[in-house]
Write a protein that binds this ligand. Structure first.
Ligand code: GDP
Ligand code: MG
Length: 282
């Protein structure tokens, strides 16, 4: 018998728990992640003879180790390797919600996007062209209304298909501008010489997290590959000082700006249409 684990991930209030309840009904178990007070919620369903475990991850805006929730979500993905990450996004607030999505794409996890709250978006005159978004991002995008269950059958089908086929795409490479792109290439070259630093994440993901000053990844590097970690940290410190001196910014801010820039470009090309198009009033 086939058994899969699907993780539900997304921003707070994107509708994770509503979808979780809809899919699993009363077949739920709530526990704790060891050592912290973040709830661990699991539910179960049988679907066409498959046993599916659904894990409702804590809501996060990012995948950097800035909070316990972000750490739990990221550790779950790399340690327990769910067959599919179902990234639930709020269609009425798409650009902001897709910020987290860019990091799943950089991490290279098997991904399906549940485009939730299409009912709310519709009342605001917003239509999201799911096929177009799917084509640009290269992962399935399924419109749903978690509250009523609309679209959840298609969502499960898409997730089961990805679970059976595995991850068919390459991790996303966003450009972070000339300074940081060159730095990332240098860091990747050093990271790939350490089997510890390449055990969990793609080298490029680790390089970006070094630039984002991610404490968990920095600490692990110091523990597991001290000489290489020192080399990486020295390079990052040099670049960071240069950016502060010349542009008065930290690498984290440049990275965030470029992620939003990438998303603006993605959403510009007819992915979102507004019912009340101001241009047509004139
Ligand atoms: P979570 O923080 O991601 O777990 O989000 P919740 O599942 O708690 O949902 C946040 C709020 O959005 C709740 O009031 C839900 O009832 C509501 N909600 C979730 N999905 C939908 C939807 O598809 N349509 C509408 N109109 N409301 C929804
Ligand atoms: Mg919730």
């Amino acid at each position: 018998i086939q058994s899969y684990t699907f993780a539900l991930a997304g921003n707070p209030n994107a509708g994770k728990t509503t979808l979780f309840n809809h899919l699993t009904g009363a077949r739920q178990h709530v526990g704790n992640y060891p050592g912290i007070t973040v709830d661990r919620k699991e539910g179960y369903l049988n679907d066409n003879g498959r046993k599916i475990t659904i894990v409702d991850l804590p809501g996060t805006y990012s995948l950097t180790a800035y909070s316990a929730e972000e750490l739990v979500a990221r550790d779950f993905l790399v340690n327990e390797k769910p067959e599919v990450v179902i990234n639930i996004v709020d269609a009425s607030n798409l650009e902001r919600n897709l910020y987290l999505t860019t990091q799943f794409l950089e991490l290279g996890v098997p991904l399906v996007i549940a485009l939730n709250m299409v009912d709310v978006a519709k009342t605001r005159g917003i239509t999201v062209q799911a096929e177009k978004l799917e084509e640009i991002l290269g992962v399935p995008v399924v419109p749903i209304v978690a509250r009523s269950g609309l679209g959840t059958r298609a969502l499960l089908d898409a997730a089961c298909r990805i679970a059976a086929e595995g991850n068919a795409w390459q991790p996303l490479d966003i450009s972070y501008g000339d300074d940081l792109d060159a730095t990332i290439l240098r860091l990747v070259e050093v990271i790939t010489t350490s089997r510890f630093l390449t055990a969990r994440y793609p080298a490029r993901f680790t390089a970006i997290k070094y630039l984002e000053n991610d404490e968990q990844i920095l600490d692990r590097g110091r523990d597991e590959s001290p000489a290489i970690a020192a080399e990486l940290e020295a390079d990052v410190a040099r670049v960071s000082q240069h950016l502060q001196k010349t542009l008065n910014v930290f690498p984290e801010a440049i990275i965030a700006d470029h992620r939003y820039g990438y998303l603006k470009a993605v959403l510009r090309d007819g992915v979102i249409t507004h019912a009340f198009d101001v241009d047509r009033l004139y």
